[in-house]
Design a protein around this ligand. Sequence first.
Ligand code: URA
Length: 240
Amino acid sequence: MEERLQKILANYGYGARRKCEELIIEGKIKVNGVVALIGQKADPERDEITINDEPIKTSNTRNVYVLLNKPAGYLCTKEDPYAEKTVMDLVKDVKYNLHPVGRLDKNTKGLLLLTNDGEFTNIITHPSFVINKKYVALIQGKVSKNDIETLQKGIILYGKKTSPCQINFRGYNKTKDMSTCEVIIHEGKKRQVRKMFASIEKPVKSLTRTELGPLTLKGVKEGTYRYLSMEEVNALKKVK
Ligand code: URA
């Protein structure tokens, strides 16, 4: 697809758009051997784009990062012959060999990243990497101040105490006897949020991850996805 050169370069990780415009103005970018002009369009699949006479990454070597708004009922697995529906079904038209970055339970909805960049996945999912994950949980029963304090301090899960976390009470529906809480954790223990509330005998009825570090679900409808820009990818790797 034809796009403005500065947009192509920015998407391929050569810096912010303004920086990429400068590269063009400085005459460092050529398209099919000819020095490119600012505003020029090109198709990275068809044209040879070079920076200082070195070809930019082509689609074969390019890493892509996808933000999916996962619906409930899809397994986070790359290949499972027994799974009826997997998140891979939702990104079928992406022609890169994607894998999910971490996991959400089958019935958890919301923000899930997929990529073909194994190094990125190692960074983001490494236990020492601190990245906030925000969930909205619908919980059976009335969650009390005391419950929140207990959970915020950490509970014993899989033989180890969970790190302190933040829980914001968002309301109680008397008719349905359901509470809504925002839960912000940076760990990724299996079924962590569900197990936290189960430990105080308040089952989670619905769980949605709404944020991952600086990323949100804004503009991405359930069951659809968008690509991350290189700026977003770089910002994610720098999250502390
Ligand atoms: N916590 C859970 O219980 N499930 C998820 O999918 C993610 C966090």
